[in-house]
Design a protein around this ligand. Structure first.
Ligand SMILES: *[C@@H]1O[C@H](CO)[C@@H](O)[C@H](O)[C@H]1NC(C)=O
Ligand SMILES: *[C@@H]1O[C@H](CO)[C@@H](O)[C@H](O)[C@H]1NC(C)=O
Ligand SMILES: *[C@@H]1O[C@H](CO)[C@@H](O)[C@H](O)[C@H]1NC(C)=O
Ligand SMILES: *[C@@H]1O[C@H](CO)[C@@H](O)[C@H](O)[C@H]1NC(C)=O
Ligand SMILES: *[C@@H]1O[C@H](CO)[C@@H](O)[C@H](O)[C@H]1NC(C)=O
Length: 408
């Protein structure tokens, strides 16, 4: 198809936005993603161990299997920007992988990842160029969709740099062409984050399996905190549109990296579970701190994240200083809830908390059985008005499940 025809299809789709129906992401997708930890390091000559290459991706896939991440549910191994050659193939116009860093090509890499029982994610951009200046998909949407399908890729993260036109229709066209390939490809969109205040999240939920909706993460508590604030306010009402098949994406996990203290890593893991977020680790799995690994593999937290009801948790209370919050997330089984107490203050003293289940707006029941998830402790039965008393460290959270014992 010529690019003119592609533009025509693009215009037609301004009117008709097709609903994505690929059967994927019934629970928030989980995996590993290159970007936050390895970025665009293309210097395999001086930095062979840390550069973006097929070797790096294969090593991560290996460890995901041998070290229990795959068994815990982490499934996608996702290549990010900077995998391509700077030019398309001059004869076919197809994207091509960098011949030095990905000498076997993407199809071979997909075969390798599939042989491990995992899925391969890849990256492109809806503009003329990717964020780092590699060839983008604008004008090449049908060809690129088919190329990804031919390579047996399982996920596409489509970025929104250098999009000087109505990017929503561009993403919609890509969605249609991905569908036409007949291969189910998880569709991760970035346009809502590029559109900021003008983003229409109902549309995002129709078009994409997941979509970035907050600021980019960096290796810092400050960013994690800012992202949580966006979800906490939920000003654009995006929490309401999340559900099986379509999820808000607050960006990658930085657990095990350099920027977060131990309690702050707990907060990211726990809050990403409350927020029903996709869980993409971005960490060097080859030498991860054992405590970070344990956190990433915490079955109880993952069960909350992956709860099949797929309802995103919401903030139900915040104090006047804006540093103490209560969150509630309804779970699938029998009227259960996940509840969280979050203290985002970095004043360095621990804080005495004294609250009741009423504060979490739980419905009436004779009592709830409370289980402290990070402490791994059953705290016993609590009526709605019984006091829950605990001590919370700075930038720390309490995460628990509340299972109704009997209904009144
Ligand atoms: C394409 O879309 C149709 C209808 O929306 C859906 O039934 C089908 O499963 C989709 N196929 C893929 C591969 O996504
Ligand atoms: C959240 O809401 C508070 C209070 O309305 C406001 O001061 C703050 O700027 C908001 N923050 C974000 C990130 O939306
Ligand atoms: C719900 O409760 C019933 C009766 O207490 C129990 O048999 C069933 O296993 C529970 N379901 C889940 C999903 O926990
Ligand atoms: C918790 O608050 C209640 C009501 O204000 C009070 O009666 C109780 O003594 C407090 N308990 C603790 C341990 O702080
Ligand atoms: C949060 O904890 C800090 C100590 O780190 C404390 O100074 C602050 O008052 C707490 N915030 C609230 C609202 O309790």
């Amino acid at each position: 198809m010529s690019w003119k025809l592609a533009v025509l299809v693009l215009l037609l789709n301004v009117v008709i936005i097709r609903t994505l129906d690929n059967g994927l992401a019934r629970t928030p997708p989980m995996g590993w993603m290159q970007w936050q930890r390895f970025r665009c390091n293309i210097d395999c000559v001086n930095d062979p161990h840390y550069c973006v290459s097929e070797k790096l991706i294969m090593q991560m896939a290996d460890i995901m299997v041998t070290d229990g991440y795959k068994d815990a549910g982490y499934e996608y191994v996702s290549i990010d920007d900077c995998w391509m050659s700077k030019e398309r193939d001059p004869k076919t116009n197809k994207m091509q992988a960098d011949p030095v860093r990905f000498p076997s090509g993407i199809k071979a890499l997909a075969n390798y990842v599939h042989s491990k029982g995992l899925k391969l994610g890849i990256y492109q951009d809806m503009g003329t160029k990717t964020c780092k200046g590699y060839p983008g998909s604008q004008y090449y949407v049908p060809l690129d969709a088919q190329t990804f399908a031919d390579w047996e890729v399982d996920m596409l993260k489509l970025d929104c740099c250098n999009t000087g036109y109505d990017m929503v229709s561009g993403y919609s066209v890509m969605g249609s062409f991905l569908n036409k390939t007949g291969r189910p490809i998880l569709y991760a969109c970035s346009w809502p984050v590029c559109m900021g205040k003008n983003a229409n999240f109902k549309l995002a939920a129709k078009m994409c399996n997941m979509w970035r909706n907050a600021i980019d993460i960096t290796d810092s508590w400050d960013r994690v905190h800012q992202i949580i604030k966006i979800y906490s306010n939920n000003t654009q009402h995006f929490a309401e549109v999340a559900g099986p098949g379509h999820w808000n994406d607050p960006d990658q996990l930085i657990i095990g990296d350099y920027g977060l203290s131990e309690t702050q890593q707990k907060v990211q893991m726990g809050m990403w579970a409350m927020m029903a977020s996709p869980l993409f680790m971005s960490v060097d799995l080859r030498n991860i701190d054992p405590r970070a690994k344990k956190l990433l593999l915490n079955k109880q937290v993952l069960a909350i994240n992956q709860d099949p009801l797929g309802k995103q948790g919401m903030r139900v209370w915040i104090d006047t200083t804006g540093t103490l919050e209560y969150w509630t997330r309804p779970l699938m089984s029998n009227g259960s809830y996940a509840i969280a107490i979050l203290n985002t203050s970095d004043y360095g003293m621990s804080r005495h908390i004294n609250c009741t289940l009423k504060d979490f707006k739980l419905p009436s029941a004779n009592s709830y059985l409370i289980t402290d998830i990070f402490g791994g402790e059953n705290l016993g039965k609590f009526g709605l008005s019984d006091r829950i008393v605990l001590q919370l460290h700075p930038t720390d959270m309490f995460l628990a499940t509340a299972v109704p014992m009997s209904f009144s």
